[in-house]
Design a protein. Structure first.
Length: 251
């Protein structure tokens, strides 16, 4: 069975960076699921969807709605069309990882439809992988929709603020309300943390695994559009994520 990992937390805490760096160490084959509409994870990994002829889940949903309106293949249900397009058009495959990304909403309303599609499809996809990692966007909206109902390791990325600690409590509340089961919930500090702030997390009653060390190369690579998979092995950020994953027993 695949090890199911979720990276969540407030905006700007480094969730996507954590997932990108973690993909260097997790056991393959790896499936990454990006629920953030800004496509930052794909950029950090150097995954060019357009070049490979792949689409986001939201783009596939838009196409399904267009087909429904034109009454093409009325014998095929909307769910069948969506699942078919997800497998054929949305799964980006590479040598180091596979990636599915939610993308920017192209239709009226909320993200309920693409989220529901992922919730149904993730368990079937997971059978083909050893590691499945979901990069959750800021806030708790997608957690509330129970996109991944069973989680082995929930990593909550934090910044040194009271809002971040309140967000932890909100995450736990939502997970309990929707019935998401998780084996472990870990706190991870952003590079902005100093020792005193880390002590505050250690005394929070949750398991704190450490912080992601500051690395100017991460900012440089992001600005230049270079994949974080190309960071040198002595990168402070990369090494700190390796230590965090080791403490969690993920590697």
């Amino acid at each position: 069975m695949a090890r199911r990992i979720v990276s969540t937390g407030r905006g700007g805490t480094g969730k996507s960076t954590f997932v990108a760096l973690a993909s260097r160490f997790l056991k393959p084959p790896i499936l990454l699921i990006d629920l953030d509409p800004d496509l930052s994870l794909a950029d950090m990994l150097g995954a060019d969807f357009a070049r490979e002829g792949k689409r986001t889940v939201s783009e596939a949903l838009y196409d399904v709605i267009a087909r429904r309106r034109s009454n093409i293949n009325p014998s095929i249900t909307t769910n069948e069309l969506m699942e078919s397009l997800l497998w054929s058009d949305c799964l980006y495959e590479s040598r180091k990882f596979d990636l599915i990304t939610l993308g920017t909403k192209l239709t009226e309303g909320c993200y309920c439809a693409p989220d529901n599609l992922l919730r149904r499809t993730i368990p079937r996809l997971a059978r083909n992988y050893v590691s499945v990692v979901m990069d959750s966007p800021a806030g708790v909206e997608h957690l509330n929709r129970n996109v991944m109902s069973e989680v082995d390791d929930m990593f909550v990325l934090c910044d040194p603020s009271d809002k971040s600690l309140k967000h932890i409590a909100r995450i736990k509340e939502i997970l309990q309300q929707v019935g998401t089961r998780y084996n472990h919930l870990y706190l991870v500090g952003s590079h902005e943390f100093h020792e005193q702030a880390e002590d505050f997390l250690r005394s929070s009653g949750q398991v704190y695994l450490g912080r992601i060390d500051y690395d100017p190369q991460v900012e440089e690579y992001n600005m230049e559009g270079r994949s974080l998979l190309q960071l040198p092995e002595d990168s402070p950020a990369l090494l700190s994520v390796q230590r965090i994953l080791a403490k969690a027993g993920c590697i």
